[in-house]
Design a protein around this ligand. Structure first.
Ligand code: NAG
Ligand code: NAG
Ligand code: NAG
Ligand code: NAG
Ligand code: NAG
Ligand code: NAG
Ligand code: NAG
Ligand code: NAG
Ligand code: NAG
Length: 714
């Protein structure tokens, strides 16, 4: 599942309209927001602001928020995870990205709201629109700074400065108008200790490592608002945020933590006294702001390190001369990302449990289809949960399962709803992207299946994606390498066929924390907050290919960064990956003729290992064993390709690379089945063999234009 999204926006001639200027007629799903808006505007005027911006974030910049915090959803009626609402005294608009256009068209109260299809031609950016509205409004614009990121605040203010305006911080106005009877209750479940047998390290050890880092940078104190960092640092877990074992909290940690003990802010009635972490001063959650103010004005505290992701509310309380600048990642993030030995063992062990659940589910699904019973996407994900729950110390899914059949698999962030769930059939691909939270780890695994005879293009795309997975897993690189330098390895084989995909290849994975964590990642775009890969980190390896309205492929393994050898030349430490996921690939979707000999060997070795580990653990479940055995049986080269098999050729990785311009193997004669073109795919004018059809249809500019946009969702 993804976090860094290169969104593929597809414009066809019927879909180039810009902002939706009230062309809709309200439907029955759409909520009538007239009263909400008039109440909000009344509060805005009371506060002396003319425009109010409502984000979907909670106070902690959480990836998932609890229902109580879904202010933007309630104000607009739109429930997609990404969207920002702007209400002025005369109009209201919602910005969302292409993943959510359809959902927003359905849900947004179009009598009162403009739908701003972000990055479509003719659609103003939120900040440009804010400036032009503010230019015509006497009262200043405002936001609630606990929900506003410092980076947004800074860019908006920079733009507003040109018209002589400035954002005004205001209290949470939605809070004032959301009737208690309509608002979901806050989730405030018990907070419990994350036992040392799973955590592998005491709070004191973690504080020591964190404060060493703080001292190294010359800071005296850090202020933390990220919920995963607090849960990790204090060995505590909660259950207030969907898919994440988190509880709302802040922390202030001083470099001299043994004398000046760290301050932890939680709802004290959620934390039983016998669960109090040792050596920590506890305060009620509501005390955070006054304690932060005291910290910020304490003359003994000279340098405060905050993450670039803290809210503007926090930043605004810290005098500029006390900030560690430039803002960077929190000191906890990198330490947490490099797992200790117990955490690493947990991450590896639970992959086996998760794979057992996945194989039992796969066996069940295959059995249903063979028996002619129909299974829809929702039912399939519900059944997966049944098997996940059978695994020891399973807690809950780590994100909403993506269970997608046929053309739905092409929708990257698809989430099936029971009433519209599609059937899983033997004639189409089935993509299952699911993850678990166990007490000893977090997982995130994707497999794309086919239960009948896949089309050539599906096989070709699957194999190209798989080659990317294998080449990433096979990478060797010196310490200090950033994930962005490896991204190409996951796409190179797809590129040979003119294919690519609109998301990153890898995100860090937490340890019974968030399924997405930094500071490492594998994605091509530059981010100033990306940090180099290091041993003991875990990351996903998930290339894909999506052909809209037809099919989608994604394969995702979880991998661990481990030490390779040191260079015998200059003693540089090298790193490599270790794939920890143990789940077979889909044999029926593999086009062996595209693989190099080395790739084929890797698959066979992997399947041997998967079978060895899982077979004994699945005994008694014939359906699961069948599903396992049929997929892990040795794959041989087809006899018809003896003369042009990958093993017969060169050292080049590319049996299918046949162009003279882009392949080191160009001087060899390759007879591989895909060697149809004699030029680079983009300029190919040759009679196309079936493998090239995919590229031709996608590249045809008269039909579709692809625009690649980087959205940094963190
Ligand atoms: C929405 O509610 C307002 C106030 O209750 C009402 O005047 C208006 O007619 C409603 N709009 C629609 C489309 O039902
Ligand atoms: C702001 O309004 C003034 C006066 O109407 C206009 O001249 C100016 O171009 C506007 N500026 C922007 C940035 O819209
Ligand atoms: C919210 O809490 C109140 C009391 O604190 C309770 O009466 C009410 O039923 C709860 N609402 C929901 C939706 O759980
Ligand atoms: C804290 O870390 C330092 C540096 O790694 C180490 O020397 C020291 O023993 C540690 N102290 C404790 C109490 O763990
Ligand atoms: C703290 O949590 C308890 C439930 O554990 C809840 O009843 C109480 O209202 C919460 N207090 C605050 C200030 O939110
Ligand atoms: C912070 O403390 C100072 C005095 O120490 C006080 O003037 C100011 O109002 C406080 N700010 C907040 C937001 O509490
Ligand atoms: C600053 O440190 C000194 C000496 O350690 C101490 O006496 C003083 O109380 C501290 N000041 C504050 C505001 O904590
Ligand atoms: C899909 O299956 C679920 C669970 O069995 C069921 O509730 C739902 O109605 C089904 N959806 C459709 C469209 O048939
Ligand atoms: C490391 O070096 C040893 C001995 O030189 C060699 O056998 C081994 O294959 C190397 N390991 C890797 C991962 O390159």
């Amino acid at each position: 599942m993804f976090v860094f999204i290169l969104i593929l926006i597809i414009f066809s001639s019927s879909f180039v309209n810009g902002a939706d200027q009230n062309t809709c007629t309200p439907n029955s799903i759409q909520k009538n927001t007239s009263t909400i808006l008039s109440n909000l505007r009344r509060e805005m005027q009371n506060e002396g602001i003319g425009i109010y911006v409502i984000f979907s974030d909670d106070e902690h910049g959480s990836e998932y928020t609890q229902l109580y915090d879904r202010r933007r959803d309630w104000i607009t009626g739109f429930s997609g995870s990404a969207g920002i609402a702007v209400v002025s005294l005369r109009t209201a608009a919602l910005w969302t990205d292409s993943r959510y256009f359809t959902q927003a068209e359905e849900q947004l109260d179009c009598a009162n709201w403009l739908l701003m299809r972000d990055r479509n031609p003719g659609v103003p950016t939120l900040i440009n629109w804010l400036v032009s509205e503010a230019n015509q409004t006497a009262l200043p614009p405002g936001t609630t700074t606990v929900f506003t990121t410092t980076s947004w605040w800074t860019s908006a203010n920079t733009a507003l400065k040109e018209i002589g305006k400035e954002l005004r911080p205001v209290n949470d106005l939605v809070d004032r108008i959301w009737p208690a009877g309509e608002r979901p209750n806050q989730s405030q479940n018990s907070i419990v200790t994350h036992e040392i047998q799973y955590a592998g390290e005491t709070v004191a050890q973690k504080l020591n490592r964190t404060t060493n880092e703080i001292k190294r940078r010359g800071a005296t104190t850090t202020v933390i608002n990220a919920l995963d960092e607090i849960a990790w640092l204090f060995n505590l877990r909660g259950s207030d945020i969907p898919y994440n074992p988190f509880f709302k909290s802040y922390a202030i940690v001083h470099a001299n933590y043994e004398v000046n003990q760290p301050e932890l802010f939680v709802n004290l009635s959620q934390l039983n006294t016998n669960q109090h972490p040792p050596g920590v001063r506890l305060f009620d959650y509501s005390m955070f702001w006054s304690r932060l103010n005291i910290t910020a004005t304490d003359t003994n505290i000279s340098r405060i390190w905050v993450s670039a992701k803290v809210s503007q509310a926090i930043l605004s309380l810290i005098p500029n001369n006390k900030l560690l600048l430039p803002l960077s990642n929190s000191p906890v993030q990198r330490i947490k990302a490099r797992k200790n030995p117990i955490e690493r063992k947990g991450m590896q062990d639970c992959q086996i449990r998760d794979s057992i659940a996945r194989m039992k589910h796969l066996g069940w699904l295959e059995q249903q289809l063979n028996d002619g019973k129909s299974v829809n996407e929702t039912q399939s994900s519900e059944q997966l949960l049944v098997y996940q729950k059978q695994q020891v110390i399973f807690q809950f899914p780590s994100f909403r399962t993506i269970s997608a059949s046929g053309d739905r698999a092409a929708i990257i962030h698809y989430s099936a709803t029971p009433d519209k769930a599609r059937l899983i059939t033997k004639n189409e691909v089935y993509l299952l992207d699911a993850g678990s939270q166990y007490l000893d780890c977090t997982t995130d695994i994707t497999r794309t299946h086919h239960f009948g005879s896949p089309k050539n293009l599906e096989k070709r795309a699957y194999t190209r994606v798989l080659q990317g997975v294998l080449d990433i897993a096979d990478a060797v690189f010196p310490t200090g390498t950033y994930g962005r330098s490896l991204d190409h390895l996951g796409r190179m084989h797809l590129y040979r066929d003119g294919m690519t995909f609109g998301h990153g290849i890898g995100h860090g994975i937490g340890h019974f924390l968030s399924v997405h964590e930094g500071p490492q990642r594998i994605a091509s775009a530059y981010s100033q907050y990306e940090e180099a890969l290091a041993d003991e980190m875990f990351i996903s390896n998930e290339p894909g290919f999506y052909k809209p309205d037809d099919f989608g492929i994604r394969i995702e393994d979880d991998i661990e960064v481990v030490l390779a050898n040191k260079s015998t030349y200059d003693n540089t430490q090298y790193l490599r990956f270790n794939t920890i996921t143990l789940l077979p690939y889909e044999r029926s979707l593999i086009d062996v003729t595209l693989l190099t000999n080395a790739q084929l060997n890797t698959i066979n070795q992997y399947h041997t290992k998967v079978a060895q580990v899982l077979e004994p653990l699945l005994s008694g479940d014939e359906a699961a064993l069948n599903a396992l055995r049929s997929r892990t049986a040795r794959i041989d080269l087809p006899s018809t390709t003896t003369s042009n098999s990958p093993s017969s050729t060169t050292t080049s990785n590319s049996p299918s690379s046949t162009t003279t311009s882009n392949s080191p193997s160009s001087t060899t004669t390759s007879n591989s089945p895909s060697s149809a073109t004699t030029s680079n795919p983009p300029s190919s004018t040759t009679t196309s063999t079936s493998p090239n059809r995919a590229f031709m249809s996608i590249s045809s500019p008269s039909l579709i234009t692809f625009v690649l946009i980087l959205i940094h969702l963190f």
